[in-house]
Design a protein around this ligand. Structure first.
Ligand SMILES: Nc1ncnc2c1ncn2[C@@H]1O[C@H](COP(=O)(O)OP(=O)(O)O)[C@@H](O)[C@H]1O
Ligand SMILES: [Mg+2]
Length: 367
């Protein structure tokens, strides 16, 4: 039996066609047809009934093939978003990892950028940012698993020289899965550099926006982002200069809101941040809220949803993510799993996340 490996551990058997159908949001028959027509090579069980065993790369390859040959969606435009909330623990990283995975399952070229030096998103995609090159060599871990660069290395003026995008980018599930610009503790230095720039009177906040604009223009072969349909930043809860930079580079700020706890204060703070930004530089990203930790039939949840819908009309997505035991309790390293939509593709939480991702794309005007 073939297994999927994740950070060196076996996490689950490879996918059966039913799970692939759920991930690709289609029928089993269609998946079989996609395989036959695309020529994507899928292994078969060696003994017994020779059922197909899809690897995660197979699934993303089929998704990319479908976009080309049997399109279910029309991509209207590119969108850049920052997943941000001034609070920790509301699901920013969880939603970023899952939504980015779903976007790629829909055939969208997707890039996520970890802006938190705690590197939870990087870990969610299977990269332990603490692992050094020496340790990897000693233990036989492929060098590709080591985080050696982050967004800071792509910024002109980074001490020691600017790296090229291909050196920095990670592809945890192959070419057609989501791509990641990882993070590690030293990303903190980028904030320091931006602060020094600001002290010298340079427009440091616009540096990240200028960087992204350069990438989108596709004029620099060493830093070409023009092929991406969606770019998502996972911001730290602190409103530091990196977060501000990402917000300025974004068309949308995607704010997970915990419906279980009081969170209207956090949202009104966020909206004041956006207002200040608008007053300052004449633009700010559009607010989109995702209700998370939804618990049906609870009074406090009703009143929160009511308040948010009145105060920020149209900003809250109609589909919400319920509190679910399917999500891991902690993003701890020893029981690390790939994003839930890939680890438990047939569960209820995965289905909700698919609905949220689709509504989000519509809201952002991508589809
Ligand atoms: N809908 C949910 N139901 C249950 N647990 C959730 C849900 N969403 C997120 N979590 C869990 O909450 C914790 C914090 O989520 P995380 O994405 O790290 O938040 P943030 O990035 O905002 O700090 C994680 O352990 C995650 O698995
Ligand atoms: Mg986080």
């Amino acid at each position: 039996m073939r297994h999927l490996f994740w950070m060196g551990c076996v996490v689950q058997a490879s996918y059966k066609v039913q799970a692939v159908a759920r991930m690709l949001d289609t029928t089993v028959d269609s998946v079989r047809r996609y395989v036959d027509e695309s020529g994507v090579e899928v292994a078969r069980q060696e003994s017994g009934p020779k059922v197909r065993q899809f690897s995660i790369e197979n699934v993303f390859d089929l998704a990319a093939w479908r976009r080309e040959h049997r399109p279910k969606i029309t991509v209207k435009k590119r969108a850049i978003g920052t997943v941000y909330a001034p609070k920790g623990g509301v699901g920013k990283t969880t939603l970023t990892a899952n939504i980015a995975s779903i976007f790629a399952l829909m055939g969208l070229k997707t890039l996520v950028i970890d802006l938190d030096f705690q590197a939870n998103l990087t870990l969610a995609f299977g990269y332990d940012s603490e692992l050094t090159l020496e340790e990897a060599r000693e233990t036989g871990v492929p060098e590709e698993r080591v985080v050696q660069y982050h967004l800071g290395h792509l910024v002109p003026g980074w001490p020691g020289g600017r790296a090229s995008l291909s050196d920095v980018i990670k592809k945890p599930f192959g070419e057609n899965g989501p791509h990641l610009i990882p993070s590690d503790l030293t990303l903190d230095r980028l904030d320091t550099i931006l602060t020094y720039d600001a002290i010298e009177g340079k427009k440091s906040d616009l540096k990240i926006a200028a960087l992204i604009a350069e990438g989108i223009a596709g004029t620099n072969p060493l830093f070409d982002l023009s092929g991406y349909d969606v770019i998502l930043f996972d911001a730290a809860p602190a409103k530091n200069r990196m977060t501000r930079g990402a917000l300025l580079a974004s068309d949308f700020v995607i704010a997970p809101v915990s419906l279980e706890r009081y969170s209207t204060k956090a949202v009104s703070y966020l909206s004041s941040v956006l207002q200040d930004m608008h007053d300052d530089v004449g633009r700010s990203p559009q607010l989109v809220m995702i209700g998370n930790f939804h618990v049906p039939n609870r009074l406090r949840v009703y009143s929160q949803v009511g308040k948010l819908s009145t105060e920020y009309p149209g900003a809250l997505l109609s589909v919400m993510v319920h509190r679910s035991e399917e999500f891991p309790k902690t993003l701890s390293e020893d029981e690390e799993q790939p994003p839930l939509v890939l680890a438990r593709p047939t569960g209820g939480a995965a289905e909700q996340l698919h609905d949220v991702a689709r509504e989000l794309l519509q809201k952002m005007g991508v589809i």
